[in-house]
Write a protein that binds this ligand. Structure first.
Ligand SMILES: [Zn+2]
Length: 970
């Protein structure tokens, strides 16, 4: 059924995904609506606009933030964040890409869906765009002491700080530098998020203009998924927004880039700390501009080409980049960029030096030439097509709502006016490719045409610079000093007054009655978790909608390890699926994985006991997934990986450790708040202690030392010996098997899993007590820790011990965290403090209450804010609505669906760790019955005494730390 304001343009059934895809156009404005009709009650929505900035002031990004700060029908200060709390959403966000801005949400509750739809539509089409919100979200000048015109001027603003954090990451800097070199003319030349040096140039008028020209229905795409009929949705689009617009004559689009006549070279710099060595820290990447992503045939060819060259360690180009002595690892940018209008292929390395640039370029070009001359063996091509098919079939939904994943898959097609629906089902294109690869010259000619003979190529060299941070700070300081020197008294006073206005506005109470909401009465009954269709000793099988895939895990109790073995456990699990097995080398093993499976993984899991957070349950798992016709090959590979790993290839092991180190170091500024919370909690609970030692600050530090020592052969021998010991102890344990599949393959899966005869069955799990290895003396660590790295922003964490997961107060503590976050911390840390994020959470499994800030310009001020939030609650008991909001947020998190296979895996793991269905149902009931008094009581009971604190910061901020902090370098 179509609403009269819309015209149905196309209908297509996609049986593989169980959806009917409908394409509509709004008659008057030309707005497009893509509806994926599915029998799924988790409805997803997104409205997106093409946004093509012509500078790096971050206009699109700041508009994305400011649009969410109040609108015509909802003139409250912060409707987006208020709705996050007054809703049962399973996803709410907004993001700015390089050529679009999107506002998506998902929820399982119909009333909630329409509440959110109303707020989203009003926000994007009729935002207030108040200058004070622009100042808060974008940028503003304030005196260091806001009322003192003699103190120095500084820049503030949420996006300003967010981008300072983002551009502290070497990889983000590399990406921006590469885009600006590859595209000289169109919008991709600019940093759509905003360059902190240019953000202050943006004016409020420019922001309003950008909104008028870009957020128009004629430039809008509506994308929806779920069981609400299209005409019902369209009736709302029409009445809430579209009827007020005429068609806009303006066409917003990304222009095609003028092609280069010959390849170019570019040099750039990125910041590292002053005291750090600059050796072997240069990045070198090559990029080629390819064809348009709306050409599906070209898109598929490019995907195949990138896969053939780069997908595994056995692929020719990745192999060359992994094994070269010229650099430490392949660049994280390696691969195909297919979201932008013209696609690009990128490859290169990190961890090298300037003098190797020529040799690296030669290595890449000669490898491509060699593949073009010799061709690619048929089995390798088949393996790549197999991967594409597997990914097409897989039903997602873990981490991201499934419907939203499908909408995001369609989005590039909608943005560039291609065929979005076809992006969901490429079977016909795949069939064509399968035929084409039979011609041995197919890949060689693609390599020649798209890469070797393509002159639109850029070689980017990005060198580390120990003075760059200081240089940027000095430049910012100089700009501000010059402005300050020229300020009249009147102008200086204006700055003081604006700061006061903003503060007053931030402190005014919200008029919540203007916003729609759902309440506890709208919470639906909990869905029962999936039950296994077969459960016997050593074997658990679930039947669910997997679309022809089989998921498999082998789980064993973690063996007792020695003090020498413990720190190497994460290295062991990382290496296991990446090295050879069953007497094969790693190249052949990688090829077999690629041909038969969706990849193998090995990992350890640690969870505190439900009744005692001081006891740790630990297991070791190897898992994989495959199309059902590859079932037995997958089982063989998993078994060989587990029981016959091959530690002979010394060079491979060194390369993998080097790559792991590079990855972990890069994670510092992405996950700084997690690492800081773990470090703070390490002195009070064993699971965080383990995480801190294995993958936290301490683990990263050890990994660096280990990697540095491996140039000495004796150290490498020692390492390999210890890895072999870990492997031998794993061989002494038994294991259990998990299988997840659809009804059609269930019998085959059961018989295959029951007939694995060379393993001993063991359903148990290891229990480690805090008195035994690896925990000796673990409480002796420093109470306040400051870890130093290269970052312009801080990540603060402060923690208190609470109760075991089974304790009844756990629910009230979780609700308390939400009350503090919504009622106090969001305002103090983000709105006033300028941090990108921050709040409080209760880590129920470990019994730890945690405060944190993320990408934070402040340091001790944020620790003060954590303490102030506790006092705030003492003086101002929470309202019923505040408690209700917090409960709703928690319950929608608990109830959020995963993928069909993910939900089964989750049920299995929870049960394994002593959290059966009954326990989870009890936890949910307790959440729903938390009262205001409970919240006040648990705050007074548990948030007292001196918290443990940790922060990730930089040398520059050390002087601000209180004397209780000990400093460490990562
Ligand atoms: Zn942002």
């Amino acid at each position: 059924m179509t609403h009269s304001a819309f015209e149905l343009k196309d209908t297509r059934e996609i049986p593989l995904l169980g959806i009917l895809a409908e394409t509509y156009e709004h008659r008057k404005t030309g707005a497009s609506h893509y509806h994926l009709c599915a029998d799924n009650s988790e409805n997803a929505f997104m409205v997106a606009f093409r946004t093509v900035p012509k500078d790096s002031t971050g206009v699109a990004h700041i508009l994305e933030h400011t649009a969410l700060c109040g609108s015509e029908r909802f003139p409250v200060r912060d409707p987006f964040f208020l709705m996050v709390r007054r809703s049962l959403n399973t996803f709410m966000n907004a993001f700015t890409g390089s050529d679009y801005t999107g506002y998506p949400f998902a929820t399982q509750n119909r009333k909630d869906f329409y509440n959110l739809l109303g707020v989203y539509l009003d926000a994007v089409f009729f935002p207030t765009l108040d200058p004070l919100d622009f100042a808060q979200e974008g940028h503003r000048m304030e005196f260091e002491n806001a009322d003192d015109t003699q103190s120095s001027l500084t820049y503030k603003g949420v996006v300003f700080n967010e981008m300072k954090g983002e551009m502290s990451s070497p990889i983000s800097t590399l990406y921006e530098e590469l885009s600006s070199a590859l595209f000289q003319e169109n919008t991709y030349h600019f940093n759509s998020g905003g360059d902190p040096a240019e953000i202050p140039n943006l004016t409020h008028d420019q922001l309003v203009d950008f909104h008028r020209s870009h957020y128009h229905p004629s430039n809008a795409m509506f994308l929806t998924f779920g069981d609400i009929p299209a005409n019902e949705l369209q009736a709302r689009f029409e009445s809430m927004a579209l009827h007020r617009f005429e068609r806009s004559p303006r066409t917003v689009q990304v222009d095609l880039e003028m092609r280069l006549r010959k390849p170019v070279h570019k040099r750039a710099r990125y910041a590292i700390p002053e005291e750090e060595e600059t050796d072997a820290k240069t990045h070198v990447v090559l990029a080629w501009l390819l064809g348009e992503n709306t050409d599906l045939d070209m898109l598929m060819k490019c995907r195949l080409l990138a896969d053939v060259l780069l997908s595994t360690s056995a692929s020719p180009l990745r192999r060359a980049l992994e094994t070269t002595e010229l650099a430490s690892a392949p660049s994280p940018l390696c691969g195909l960029e297919s979201q932008e209008r013209e696609m690009s292929f990128v490859c290169g390395v990190e961890g090298t030096d300037l003098q190797h640039v020529g040799a690296i370029e030669d290595l890449i070009l000669s490898t491509l030439q060699q593949v073009a001359d010799e061709g690619v063996p048929q089995p390798q091509l088949a393996a790549c097509l197999h991967q594409i098919e597997l990914h097409q079939r897989e039903v997602g939904g873990d981490g991201y709502p499934y419907g939203l994943q499908l909408l995001l898959t369609c989005l590039p097609g909608a943005i560039h006016r291609g065929d979005p629906v076809s992006l969901l089902e490429m079977d016909h294109v795949l069939a064509g490719l399968r035929h084409e690869i039979e011609d041995p010259s197919f890949i060689p000619s693609l390599i020649r045409e798209l890469l070797l003979e393509n002159n639109h190529r850029v070689t980017l060299t990005m060198e580390p610079d120990t003075g760059l941070h200081e240089e940027k700070n000095a430049r910012e300081h100089a700009v501000l000093s010059a402005i300050q020197a020229d300020l009249s008294d009147r102008e200086a006073e204006d700055i003081v007054v604006s700061a006061r206005y903003l503060r007053e506005r931030q402190e005014t109470e919200h008029d919540l009655s203007l916003l729609p909401s759902v309440g506890l009465q709208d919470v639906e009954l909990a869905k029962a978790p999936p039950e296994p269709s077969r459960r016997e000793k050593g074997l658990t099988v679930f039947r669910t909608g997997t679309n022809g895939l089989v998921y498999h895990q082998v789980v064993s109790p973690l063996p007792r390890l020695t003090a020498k073995q413990w720190p190497l456990l994460p290295i062991f699990t990382t290496l296991l699926p990446e090295i050879g097995s069953a007497e094969r080398g790693y190249l052949e093993t990688q090829h077999l994985q690629h041909l038969n499976t969706g990849g193998l993984s090995a990992f350890t899991t640690f969870r505190a006991d439900v009744r005692s957070p001081d006891q740790v349950r630990a297991a070791f798992t190897v898992g994989s997934r495959a199309l059902v016709n590859n079932l037995s090959n997958m089982l063989t590979l998993v078994s060989e990986t587990r029981s016959q790993p091959n530690f002979h290839e010394r060079q491979r092991i060194r390369e993998l450790i080097r790559q792991l180190r590079t990855r972990r170091e890069a994670s510092l500024t992405e996950a700084g708040h997690d690492l800081a919370m773990t470090a703070a909690a390490a002195a009070i609970r064993p699971v965080p202690m383990l995480m801190y030692q294995l993958v936290g600050f301490q683990g990263i530090k050890l990994l660096k030392e280990l990697d540095d020592g491996l140039s000495d052969d004796a150290n490498l021998d020692q390492l390999i010996e210890t890895l072999r010991e870990i492997n031998s102890s794993i061989q002494t344990t038994g294991c259990q098997q998990l299988g997840i599949c659809d009804a059609a393959s269930e019998n085959d899966v059961i018989s295959a899993l029951s007939s694995i005869d060379h393993v001993t069955v063991d359903d148990s799990i290891t229990v480690l007590k805090s008195s035994e290895s690896p925990f000796q003396d673990w409480r002796a660590g420093a109470s306040d820790q400051a870890w130093l790295t290269s970052t312009q922003v801080n990540f603060c964490a402060s923690v208190f011990p609470t109760v075991a997961e089974s304790h009844k107060d756990g629910a009230a503590l979780a609700v308390l965290a939400g009350v503090l976050r919504n009622g106090f911390l969001h305002g103090a840390l983000r709105e006033k403090g300028g941090a990108y994020g921050g709040g409080a959470t209760h880590d129920a499994a470990n019994g730890v209450f945690r405060f944190y800030s993320y990408r934070d310009p402040n340091l001790m001020k944020s620790f003060d804010a954590f303490e102030d939030s506790i006092k705030w609650l003492e003086h101002q008991p929470p309202s019923f609505e505040q408690v209700e909001e917090s409960i709703l947020g928690l319950v929608s998190g608990v109830d959020a669906p995963g993928s069909p296979a993910g939900e089964c895996r989750q049920a299995f793991v929870q049960t394994l760790y002593g959290r059966d269905a009954e326990h989870r149902a009890l936890q949910r009931d307790r959440l729903l019955s938390v009262t205001q008094d409970d919240v006040i009581r648990v705050s007074a009971t548990y948030l007292k005494g001196i918290p443990r604190r940790a922060v990730l910061t930089s040398e520059r901020h050390v002087a601000e730390l209180s004397s209780s902090f000990s400093t460490f370098s990562v």
